[in-house]
Each structure stands twice: as C-alpha cells, then as structure tokens.
Design a protein around this ligand. Structure first.
Ligand code: ZN
Ligand code: ZN
Length: 112
C-alpha cells in the first residue's frame, strides 16, 4: 500500500481479518490497526473489536491510524483517539482528539 500510494494521498485499508506485527520479542503481536508515522498508508481491522458497537470502534481505530500517518504519536490522554491500546481495547473510552492532537491535525488541514 505504501508503495502504491501517491505521496500526497493517504490510503486507509479496512479489513475483517486479524492483523499482527512483530513487537519487541513477540513475533505475532495482534493489533487492531497499524499505520506509518508519518506516512501514507495504514490499516484498521475489525477482528479484535466487540460485536456490540463494532462500527463505532472501527471508526476510532481508523481515525487513530490516520492520525499516525499525519505524524501524531500516542497520547497520554486516556480519552483521546491517539491513546495507545497497549494490547487492550479501550475504544469505548475514547471521545475525540485531545486539544494537543487536534491542533496538529488542524495545522495539517483537517476539518474538525
Ligand atoms: Zn497507535
Ligand atoms: Zn491526544
């Protein structure tokens, strides 16, 4: 995806398949999403999300990964979309971008 994307565009892939990466000494570390920081490609997976509000959770994962592509790191605010999941699903606690993350995205041209 990264190689096929126009440098001025972002590609977001949505999948129902489980995805994983190698993290530290764990070869197959399961993820809800992954994105280059910064970069032009990211993916969000519904596989590890709860059935109850899967669409809303997938939206939050997708916007988190897009945030990474715009250079945003993980955020210490536990309600911010850029919170690090750290192997758990906290998406129901996320309410939006905190003011710090929001300002980075507004500077990048997002309409929030
Ligand atoms: Zn992240
Ligand atoms: Zn934040």
């Amino acid at each position: 995806m990264r190689k096929n994307a126009d440098p001025n565009h972002k590609i977001l892939a949505l999948t129902t398949y489980d995805i994983s990466t190698t993290k530290n000494n764990i070869v197959d570390y399961g993820l809800m999403g992954l994105g280059f920081r910064p970069g032009n490609a990211c993916v969000a997976s519904s596989f590890r999300l709860s059935d109850k509000n899967k669409k809303e959770q997938l939206f939050k994962i997708a916007i988190h990964e897009l945030g990474h592509t715009f250079g945003l790191p993980h955020c210490p605010d536990t309600h911010c979309y850029m919170r690090d999941a750290k192997g758990k699903n906290h998406t129901n606690e996320l309410t939006g971008f905190c003011s710090s993350c929001k300002n980075v995205l507004l500077d990048a041209g997002w309409k929030l």
